[in-house]
Design a binder for this molecule. Sequence first.
Ligand code: F0G
Length: 351
Amino acid sequence: RQAWPGVIRAYPDRITLPDGAKVVTLQEGGTPLLPARHLSEVTGCEVYLKVEGANPTGSFKDRGMTVAISHALATGATAVICASTGNTSASAAAYAARAGMTCAVLVPSGKIALGKLAQAVAYGARILQIDGNFDDCLELARKTAAEYPVELVNSVNPVRLVGQRSAAWEVCDALGRAPDVHLLPVGNAGNITAYWQGYSAYAADGVVTGTPRMFGFQAEGAAPLVLGEPVRDPETVATAIRVGNPASWRGAIAARDASNGLIDAVSDADLLDAYRLLARREGVFVEPASSVSVAGLLRTARDGRLPAGSLAVCTVTGHGLKDPDTALSGMAPVEPVPVEPGAVASALELS
Ligand code: F0G
């Protein structure tokens, strides 16, 4: 069996590059669509998890970054810049390293999960910390790229979203149809926009019949799309989606409305419950922002907005190791024991 070639080579008719462009890839995509037995039992639906933490840098951002960096290289760029809550910067840093480019990342002070920062350091990015939130970082990155010779690789760069559509195509290819409902976390709103574009393209071309209803979820303290206005000081334990003024606002609303879907908010307590449940009942360790889709699944199954019997896919967007601090603060403490089988047995109450 041939190795998965990365999303550009997997979907050459749908993701195109300028003539003669070199493909910069880490063989991203081709991630598991994992049946979720416990979640299916609890909800009365047929639930699958699209496990995006299995990408090369541990998040779905790699799907768009392979396209953005390949484009940037083809146009002769030697430097790229992005604003990020952590995952975009980790991905940009990796693909820039692969392409031999310089990468600068603008991050909000003190709100980047430790694993993501470690990645940007390891890949050799210049890390510039801003006294402000993600929205301030994005505005600064846009202005800098407009005035100086550096390419912006945030999802406001439309080729990023073309790459991210590949996740919807993979879901349909694996199921042999489109799901009834697709649930995902929403921050800057690029991903829900891209999934909807991907599903719509497959339906328009007759690859599948119909499109799923799109269910997007934000964290309660960072829910501008639910409130209908920007949030000045977004706050949530799910730092990845701590976004107050999403760049793809209109794309998210269009996905919701055209699909007969919904966008709702979940509390930090509920998303942390889903975070623990995913790890302990499904064996899938994700970062807090990713569990928002599952918190939304549980909520909408309970209140009836998600019809029983639905074929439902939840995207879990990033790997749990991205945010070790949240994992350790929410988990049982490490127990010291003497080097002695009896001590181990008594700690485990085996006798
Ligand atoms: N989940 C994770 C793990 C993320 O990192 C992000 C976004 C999202 C969900 C939301 O996706 O923005 O397309 O609606 N992270 C961005 C970043 C903001 O900078 O890495 P979205």
